[in-house]
Ligand binder design. Sequence first.
Ligand SMILES: Cc1cc2nc3c(=O)[nH]c(=O)nc-3n(C[C@H](O)[C@H](O)[C@H](O)COP(=O)(O)O)c2cc1C
Length: 194
Amino acid sequence: MLNIKIILGSTRPGRFSEQVAPWLARVCSEAQLDDTAVEVLDLRDYPMPFFDQSVLPSHVVDGAYGNEVVRAWAAKIREADAFIIVAPEYDHGYPAVLKNALDSVYAEWNKKPVSFVSYGGVGGARSVEQLRLVSIELQMVPIRAGVNIPNPWLLCDEKGVLKDGALDQYTKVAEGMLTQLLWWGQMLKAAREV
Ligand SMILES: Cc1cc2nc3c(=O)[nH]c(=O)nc-3n(C[C@H](O)[C@H](O)[C@H](O)COP(=O)(O)O)c2cc1C
């Protein structure tokens, strides 16, 4: 069983990530992947403090983090074999809430692949390029394929609601990303088990 976690990278009211995640989960389920479980993780459900521990996450053993919410977050990340991060662009970078979630645990990310579905004026590309560097430090494997959605606000109506089928144009690209993610997910899972 390969366990894929989709992580919503923003928490603000009216966030676009919330509209991307169901589409992405649908792409995964319509791909009818054998032996694969997909779960959406919402950072709103894990209100971690801004990192405030004296012990470095990379020094923590067996998920014994000093904060209860972080321990719950770590347990979810430990279950995963691969990640898809829904990544907005904030000020040419990534949202602080996402970076904090990445910083807060360590071993649970290690030796697992990650891909990004991003959005923003230039498709969130600047956020993703930074996230790739961060993920390498966490001993993750950022894969090449990803989905970049330019000007997401143009896909929404005046109330900010995604227009019907507006993300369908990205389905093929997302399927390609999934193929690469699964390959790396299976390879690294096998390698971790050796
Ligand atoms: C604090 C902040 C900074 C932003 N900076 C950028 C930016 O540098 N480049 C960009 O393309 N979009 C930027 N945006 C627009 C976001 O890409 C857009 O609002 C997107 O929907 C934010 O993701 P979210 O809705 O999931 O929070 C910014 C939005 C916020 C809230």
